[in-house]
Ligand binder design. Structure first.
Ligand code: TIU
Length: 219
């Protein structure tokens, strides 16, 4: 089905059969107290505003039979996929792999690495673990999308300027047409979210398009 969205910097049209919704890292580790985001010193309540719109976007994609990929930033328990430079970065209260109130910080399989219940994957949806900020780095996402002849990606999730923007830039360089849904993404720094939206759609859409969820037909 062909859909048209009034987006910025202009109209965005796409075929739902060749589109995937990429929901980035809606995990307890970023959204709830005691997780990776919190131990880095962030106010995790800044991300709460994205949860309901992200759920609305997921339900819209489900109704339209749009493919859904849920990414999760999480490392293997033995940290073999966590570069020391990432673990040693900054002065967090706990580091990746340390025991926290939701289990080991940013480790796959721990309570903190799981999705917030509102954005939990349903049967048939792809869960993609990634060790980096970008969804294409060290994952099979490119092959998975190619097998499905997908050429358009709709992005949402957290955080806007870190994992969402990195993934969107990776996708843009790989030739995907990318649309970011404004209400369904958030940053610990509201001004960084706004700056990201602006830089994505500047210069005629140098990285892609952005749109309100209200602009999605049927959402
Ligand atoms: N710290 C921060 O803003 N984000 C991350 O570390 N990962 C994601 O954005 N998922």
């Amino acid at each position: 089905m062909e859909l048209i969205v009034e987006a910025l910097p202009g109209r965005f049209d796409f075929d739902t059969g060749r589109t995937a919704l990429v929901m980035i890292d809606m995990q307890r580790d970023f959204l709830l107290p005691g997780g990776f985001g919190a131990v880095l010193g962030n106010d995790v309540s800044q991300l709460a505003s994205a949860i309901a719109p992200a759920r609305r976007l997921l339900d819209w994609a489900r109704r339209l039979r749009i493919a859904i990929v849920h990414t999760k930033e999480a490392h293997a328990p033995d940290l073999s996929d966590c570069p020391p430079a990432k673990r040693e970065r900054g002065v967090p209260s706990l580091r990746i792999g340390d025991a926290g109130p939701m289990g080991r910080i940013l480790i796959d399989g721990e309570v903190g690495s799981d999705f917030v219940p509102e954005c939990a994957p349903e049967t048939g949806e792809r869960v993609l673990r990634k060790p980096g900020k970008g969804a294409f780095y060290a994952t099979d996402l490119g092959d998975w999308l190619a097998r499905r002849h997908i050429d358009t990606l709709i992005f949402a999730g957290v955080t806007t300027e870190v994992c969402v923007q990195t993934s969107m830039r990776e996708a843009n360089d790989r030739g995907y047409r990318c649309l970011l849904i404004e209400e369904a993404t958030a940053s610990y720094f509201p001004e960084f979210k706004q700056a990201t939206l602006a830089m994505v759609r500047a210069q005629g859409g140098i990285v892609g398009w952005t749109a309100s969820i209200e602009a999605l037909p049927g959402a």
